[in-house]
Design a protein around this ligand. Sequence first.
Ligand code: HEC
Ligand code: HEC
Length: 210
Amino acid sequence: MAEMKRKFLVLLACTAAGLMSVAATAEEFDGDPIAGKDKSALCQGCHGENGISADATFPKLAGQFAGYIKKQVLDFQAAKRNDDTMAPMAATVTELQDLKDIAAYFSSQPIMKGEGKGKGNKLGEDIFKNGNKAGAYGCANCHGSDGKGRSSNNPLFPVIGGQHKGYLVKQLNDLKSGTRTNDPAGMMADIAKKLSDKEIEAVADYVSSL
Ligand code: HEC
Ligand code: HEC
């Protein structure tokens, strides 16, 4: 019974999110990736020329959904998401069209690829696919079976497969502690709060290898 209720809630969350994303999807194609290449010169300094950053402090943006990149930058601008390094960078993008072009550029780059040995992390794989006993849903339900998003046109659920492990651990901890609160309906924080430190380490290890 509890399991059925849980499945239903996941379905409900995903459906609502899917509906919300219809509007966002239409906007995704407004950006010009060619113009965005020049406009993103500053961003490339930390996030890498092709959106593959060298340092785990800086998330990879290559192949990330344009709508998701745009949302995050707007959230930093509105102080809905906070980071001492990234917030002043977001503030430099004052024109919405520039933001759309920059997002289109990173989104059009060959998608981030897995690294490390995390594929063999059994605990991480189990959490990714099935969730845990504390009630965290399996990540694959929303982020897709390969962590590359739930579907190709749903920017609400970001690409996480192949992201830097250190960045994934930081985000999960920030969501768990309430430092990051910009996820729609607290959907992601709810899950992070149900993961132990050991589980965060394991699932980040696995996801970064996808
Ligand atoms: C000086 C380094 C630096 C520069 C330059 C920079 N960023 Fe960032 N960016 C960061 C850091 C650090 C984070 C991670 C913040 C955190 O830990 O929450 C980040 C996070 C992001 C995210 C969130 C990604 C995700 O997966 O949620 C986006 C999108 C982003 N940056 C876009 C940009 C854009 C667009 C520019 C150029 C206008 C830019 N950044 C310039 C350091 C930088
Ligand atoms: C019910 C749907 C759902 C499930 C299940 C889910 N997530 Fe998420 N996750 C989201 C949403 C929505 C966001 C985007 C938040 C935002 O827009 O700021 C997100 C964001 C993230 C981020 C931040 C990505 C970035 O680039 O900053 C990470 C990391 C993450 N999820 C990891 C996981 C892991 C690991 C699991 C499994 C333990 C998981 N998620 C399960 C919905 C979900």
